[in-house]
Ligand binder design. Structure first.
Ligand code: AMP
Length: 417
């Protein structure tokens, strides 16, 4: 038996990287006022159709949609913004003139063609800010993300930025697109011919090379921006420049979801092959209304944790050693006598392991290495007789002998617990 196509097991070494990212996210974004929210893995299908858009690839091709025995039409979440908005509306989380910052992380499900970096179950870390239309919020939330990624020192990242306008200027752009693309209708794929009538903006996401050729000569959306939306975009750019964040303006970036208004952005990596997007996001001032809430401006992004982990691993960064101390015994009986001490050390916060089969000194040292132990505590004949332990620092290959009852305080000192 194997994992289903497009899914994978996260083995312990990779899971440690996931945990480190998730733990750091809670601490780091907490400083910006973000609080974590957890929603169900599945929702009523209509939420995603209404939220993401009925002509998007996600809704038309990629949803894990199923009917329950009770007849409910449910879908495994393909993303979480719609779910978070549903929760905000359902629980009245944002009052008038209030600002709410929410953080989420967890698995998402899309029935996509699997390839390197593209899974059917993948993981996102996301941030959403509700209650402000201020361009400072766009810039601050992007800045938070860039600062979060900084310690990983990922090379070849580019921030692409655009504004997709809103109901005041997008209709003019869509009318222009429809006219320009109807003229070349015969050159478009069947999906795009349909999109001409249903949702012309989605044509800009089409991966078909002949469709893409038709896009080259098109006017950018910036030619159609209203004065207010242009001002908003320029303000976001200015704030980002003020804090030294570099970006490229990409006038054809529209993102694959329908709910965006004004700012849209993506972070692309030159080190991920075809699946180069590390994260994406933008403003979605109309989504809460669209799913039955009161008008609430909002801004957010989602980061692909799987892809971030790939980039971190490419850098050769390995997680911290997992084990503080590994006990090595000359006799099985000496392990039995040390059992209480091992439990006490663990209760004091140290990670402590041993091999219950005991075996030869060599095989136990091998195990200590496998567990990346920082220290080994060797109890052989002479240590047992004198109630001492020989402590070996595995990285420095230095050793010293300590009284057993001093072990905890020594560990506290060197491991700074
Ligand atoms: P999206 O919700 O499509 O904007 O995706 C946001 C981020 O999630 C992307 O930039 C990717 O890093 C990640 N992502 C989206 N789809 C997948 C997938 N099928 N497999 C792995 N990561 C994905």
């Amino acid at each position: 038996m194997k994992t289903p196509k497009g899914t994978r097991d996260l083995l312990p070494e990779e899971t440690r990287l996931f945990q480190a990212i998730e733990q750091r996210a809670i601490d780091f974004f907490g400083r910006y006022g973000f609080q974590e929210i957890r929603t169900p893995l599945f929702e009523e299908t209509s939420l995603f159709i209404r939220g993401i858009g009925d002509e998007t690839d996600i809704v038309t091709k990629e949803m894990y949609r199923f009917q329950t025995k009770g007849g409910d039409d449910l879908t495994l979440r393909p993303e979480m913004t719609a779910s978070v908005c549903r929760a905000v509306v359902q629980h009245h989380l944002v009052g008038k003139d209030e600002l709410l910052r929410l953080l989420y992380m967890g698995p998402m499900f899309r029935y996509e063609r699997p390839q390197a970096g593209r899974y059917r179950q993948f993981h996102q870390l996301g941030a959403e800010v509700f209650g402000s239309a201020d361009p400072l919020i766009d810039a601050e939330t992007i800045q938070a993300l860039i600062a979060f990624l900084e310690p990983y020192q990922l090379p070849n990242l580019t921030l692409h930025l655009n504004s997709v306008g809103d109901e005041t200027d997008r209709p003019q752009y869509l009318a222009y697109l429809r006219e320009a693309l109807t003229a070349v209708r015969d050159q478009l794929c069947a999906d795009c011919q349909r999109r001409l009538e249903t949702n012309v903006l989605r044509l800009l996401d089409c991966k078909n090379p002949t469709c893409r050729q038709q896009l080259v000569a098109l006017k950018p959306i910036s030619d159609f921006w209203s004065a207010e939306n242009r001002q908003h975009f320029e303000a976001v750019c200015n704030y980002l420049a003020q804090v030294g964040i570099r970006f490229e303006i990409n006038p054809f970036l529209v993102r694959g979801l329908d709910y965006y208004t004004k700012t849209a952005f993506e972070l692309l990596s030159g080190d991920l092959g075809a699946q180069s997007a590390v994260m994406g996001g933008g403003r979605y001032d109309k989504l809460l209304e669209q799913i039955g809430g009161s008008p609430t401006p909002a801004f957010g992004w989602a980061l692909g944790i799987d892809r971030l982990v790939t980039l971190i691993r490419n850098q050769g960064t390995s997680p911290e050693p997992a084990t503080d101390l590994f006990f090595v015994f000359g006799e099985r009986a000496w392990l039995d006598e040390s059992f209480a001490l091992i439990c006490q050390l663990r209760a004091q916060g140290f990670s402590v392991l041993y091999d219950p089969r005991v075996g030869s000194f060599k095989s136990q040292m091998k195990r200590a290495n496998k567990h990346q132990a920082r220290l080994t505590a060797i109890i052989g004949e002479s240590e047992y007789q004198s109630k001492t332990v020989t402590l070996k620092d595995m990285a420095k290959s230095e050793q010293q002998t300590l009284a057993l009852d001093q072990l905890a305080s020594y560990l506290k000192e060197v491991l700074a617990c």
